[in-house]
Design a protein around this ligand. Sequence first.
Ligand code: ISE
Length: 322
Amino acid sequence: MTGVGIIGAGLMGSIHARLLSTQVAGADVVAIADPARERAEQLPGDHVVYEDALELIGAATVEAVVIASPAFTHEPYTLACLEAGKPVLCEKPLATSAEASLRIVEAEQAIGRRLVTAGFMRRFDPGYVELKAKLEAGAIGEPLLIHCAHRNPSVHEFFDSAMIITDSAVHEVDITRWLLQEEIVRTTVLAPRSTSRAREGLRDPLMVLLETESGRLVDVEAFVTAGFGYDIRCEIVGEAGTLELLAHPAVKTRSAFTAAEVLPAGFPERFDAAYRHELGAWLNGDPGGPTAYDGYAATAVCEAAVASLQTGQPVDVQLSGL
Ligand code: ISE
């Protein structure tokens, strides 16, 4: 059994706590930290509650840490885990800027052993895994383009236009690098007419274009107040065909002269299996999971995309090769 400490008892922290306690073998959730103590106390299980996350990281019973607290805390807590020599799974973003993410990459390098895993769970989703396997088996020849859609039914009030990139489209940024195994070098963000559902000041949807080193193009429709359901699409266009991620769950009901597929209500439902597999792989020390460098690269691309959102002009991505 590995003693796991979870930082943050909000939505993501509670998803990880539930999965680690009930679905993932070998984990014992021994501690949960949240400044709002009662949130951590309310989560099921027999765990010690800390208000201070640094105390949790230092606790002897905590052998590995999941960070699911607000983004601005990710850098200090990840660095504290590195200092304590404890494996850490940090929810995205790894840090709030590329510069801060790079500090984490460098701190891990200085230690000389892999301790950081970035929380890009889609890499563990059975659909994306199959997509990548078929692509790599040559099912459609050389990939040329990827069309993506990332539609949320709604988002919190504090969600602004930049977060459509840094909180939502960041997943497509990571998936692009993972599927194509190359870096994104340029991005352009266009803000078309906004939906009337978007609150004042929110530009929604956005069209995010990503250009890769070898000249492949990826378009992402990021639409966070789409209203009708949680709808994630990904179609790779290759020289010899296309590969398309199918809807989930994969059951269609035909009745009363209508064929209908139920759409997931949100990402916790759509990516439940992905989170489970992500946690299992992390606990087993699988070296194949997203690295601190993956977290850094995704943040750097998002930073360029947020800059492009201001002007609508292409912005080059500055990546440190290390
Ligand atoms: C959320 O934070 C996530 O990470 C979800 O996976 C994503 O689909 C959603 O758009 C984000 O707000």
